[in-house]
Structures are given as C-alpha cells and as structure tokens.
Design a protein around this ligand. Structure first.
Ligand code: DX5
Ligand code: ZN
Length: 219
C-alpha cells in the first residue's frame, strides 16, 4: 500500500481560531497543509496572499503545499519562495503557452521549491504530459477552482487513470494530488485508482470530529 498524504486546505477553516485549527491537523499526525491563493482574476474570489503566509509560515511546521490560482504565475514565484512554500502549484490555464509553463517550472525549482502543475476540470489531462518528468506534483482539480465546499466531479477519476498510465511510460515520480469535493467516499475512489495526495477542506473542517474524518480519509 503506498503512502497516502492528506493535505488539509484551510480555506474553510475557522479563522477566528486558526491556531486551534492548525493544532487539529498536527494532533492527527498530519504534516501537510494546503493553502489556496486566489487573485479575483484567474478565479472570481480573492483569498489570501504571500504576505499573510509569510507571517503564518514562520510560525508553523508543516509541508506547505501552496496552490496559486492566479494569472501570470511567474510574477509570484519569488514571493512564495520568500514566504516559505515547499510545493508551489500553478495552473496550466494561467499560462499563454507550453513554453511559459516550462519556464515557470524552472523558476520554481531555481527558487528551491517543488513544482506542481494544476488543471481545471475542463482541461484535458494530456496537457500536462509534456512536463511530467520535470514536475514534482500534478494537481487534478475535481471541482471548478475558486471556492471550497463543492461537489466532486466523477470524470476526474478517468483523468487520474490516464495520468498514471502516462507517468508509468515516462517514469515520472510526480505525486498525483486531487483537489475539490474530497470526502471519505470520493477520496477512496481517488486512492484506489492511484492518487497520492488528497486535498480536503470542507470535509475535514466542517466535521464535528476532525480526527474521525481524517481517519476515514485514510481507511
Ligand atoms: C478550490 C480549492 C480547494 C478547496 C478544497 O479552488 O483549490 O483547495 O478549498 O475544496 P473542498 O472544500 O471541497 O475540500
Ligand atoms: Zn487548492
């Protein structure tokens, strides 16, 4: 059985009690955290940005899995490196062509972070294939990016299967992460197919028992 990573998204957590929310993650033995950056342009909402994370990251000890839903991702690479991101995942659709995608990946690595590439539900998975050997993570969006608490799109599972086949061919070691509408059922479906990382926000933070919900994701 391969190692499963849960990356809790704090987008829908209780900000008034952020410290307690972060403790819940630590208490269950989880060491990843997923941060959603929205610019109000690539997606309709604005969430939080690099300065917020810079303050937060200096105080917490997690693998910082930062997902930037922004246009012109290149502009933000250095800022998130400075903020302390470990993984920086940007969107394929935010780049004008494949050349730009390759350049952003290179810049992320130059700034000593791991590089992730994400696709929206409407983008064919084949678009990430040319980059598989350079990437550390592929983030398959299973909802339209822009907000938490949406319903998982079942077609995502076919994308994961196609991605795995190609990764075997290409001998890529990138992690496959799935983001949006993950719960005990949809999460299991993704893991059964071969996903490595489950990003879960609403399911974990709206649960009356965080520990129980976390355990259910791993079962
Ligand atoms: C959506 C974000 C997700 C989201 C998680 O744009 O990328 O990370 O917060 O989704 P839920 O709340 O469905 O787990
Ligand atoms: Zn996300």
């Amino acid at each position: 059985m391969k190692n499963v990573i849960v990356s809790p998204s704090i987008l829908l957590c209780d900000y008034l009690h952020l410290e307690k929310e972060l403790e819940k993650i630590k208490e269950v033995g989880c060491d990843w955290i997923h941060l959603d950056v929205m610019d109000g342009h690539f997606v309709p909402n604005i969430s939080f940005g690099n300065l917020f994370f810079e303050r937060l990251f200096s105080k917490i000890d997690f693998v910082k899995d930062v997902h930037i839903m922004v246009t012109e991702p290149m502009k933000f690479v250095k800022q998130f490196a400075k903020a302390g991101a470990d993984y920086l995942t940007f969107h394929y659709e935010a780049c004008k062509d494949d050349k730009e995608v390759a350049e952003v990946i290179k810049e992320i690595h130059k700034n000593k972070m791991k590089a992730g590439l994400s696709i929206k539900p409407g983008t064919p998975v084949e678009k990430v294939f040319p980059f598989l050997t350079d990437l550390d993570l592929v983030l398959i969006m299973s909802v339209e990016p822009g907000m938490g608490g949406q319903k998982f799109i079942p077609e995502t599972l076919d994308k994961i299967s196609a991605l795995i086949n190609e990764m075997v061919e290409e001998r890529s070691n990138a992690l496959i992460s799935v983001d949006g509408g993950i719960n005990d059922i949809t999460g299991k479906d993704c893991l059964n197919i071969g996903a490595d990382v489950l990003v879960a926000g609403n399911y974990l933070f709206s649960a009356s028992d965080f520990k129980e919900a976390y355990k259910n994701l791993l079962k």
